[in-house]
Design a protein around this ligand. Sequence first.
Ligand SMILES: [Fe+2]
Length: 490
Amino acid sequence: MKRTGFKFLALLLCAVLLIGGGVLASGAGAVDPNAATDTQGAEITRISVVVNGDTENSRGVSWATKARTDSIVLVSENADMSGAKAFTEGDVVLFLGYYMHKVVVSGLEAGKTYYYTVGDKSTRCTVCSFTTNPGRGEPVSFLVYADVQASNAENFEKGAKVVKAVYDLYPDIDFTTSMGDYVNDCTNEEWDYYFDKFSFIDRNTTNAPVAGNHDGNLRWNWFDSMFNLGAAEGSDTITGVYYSFDYGDAHFAVLNTNDMYPMSQQQQNWLQNDMNASGAKWKILMLHRSIYSAGKHTNKPDSSIMRNVLVPLIDELGIDLVIGGHEHCYVRTYPVTGDGVMPETSYVTEMYHGEETTFALDPQGAIHVMPSTAGTKRYAINENTMPYIVNASAKIESTRDQGGVAAHVEIDGDYLVFKAYLVDDETYTAALYDQFAVKKTSDGGANENWENLPTDFDSNNKTNIFNLIRQVLWVLWHYISQVLPGALFK
Ligand SMILES: [Fe+2]
């Protein structure tokens, strides 16, 4: 692909930052699954299984080792690993002192549970499992949390307990997702804490992670190195990863809101192409910086600029649900179009899975939800939140003195049910905090009358350069206004 001088320079700088980095060939060969030993936390760390390509038949598996070893994933349909198949296609990249192993597991069957171990021929982790997408027409459910953003083992542990309290209510989820800011300062130590404390879920279900601004925004290639995601074709992964996937009757687009401020033109074009091309009934957008937010960042330039770009796109693309993070408080809107315009919405009450449930019926516009934080940093509501955001919100509240939050989403045919849980700081018991439901009787589907937009950097050069200048100015302003005073007057 033809590259501009700018992109070449960016990639060169990225390469320089990755001191000592390099791609190494992974090894292959016959492996005895019975040789598996529990080395989690010792030789093999940061194990995760994430969406990568078609969720019915493939997964991206990754892990870290301190020593250079072969990369072998064994996958079996049986818990005793009998009949296991070895996967070795992938890379090993030395990233800041850790060998990051990435292997794509493919050729799986839809709706099936698989057992796996990772490692080399002699040292392997304990057997864990994941389940593939059952496909169109099947119900799916997933767990949502946001902004653990911890710095030490104790606070990662507390965040993990919040997520576990809700996971225990729904142990059969299809996948999990966090709206980003996994870590605070993006250090090896913090990522090690994260993968250790959240291994109970990350190693036993599929993850669909979202890049936050604390996950390596200004420290290049961190997020992409931590997970084995299938990035959108032609996209940069310097500040994060954007990608999409299907699960059941829903199509999910995951944005990288670190990709310049607000987003590069090619990411906007990719989103349009991606959503227009999807024939899924439900369309869901996940991103770190929330569009409808009410915390300390809500009026900052990056959030405001991004809001102006995304709101018309969300309307145009017929997105049903937008899930975000970044603000560490809870916001859930009514169905909205434009900037806070609430179309008339009718509601219907039906019995759903044994519970009387009220559904917004075929709403126009999207519902936005920001599920506070599963972590311990909980922010107050910004009193200067724009009135249209407050007016559009069915619930807007700080959970500062209440507890951490994690949520469960179920999509079953015409029905989508979202339940957020507040988890007590002392007892770690989960109590229902907020819920909404949507009944959608139309089939959704692809938009066949759209113009396929270019997603390569060159075609969007002018806008990207403009965005880059805006980003540089924003970063400078951030340092002048926030970092410098602290350094000078501490
Ligand atoms: Fe953030």
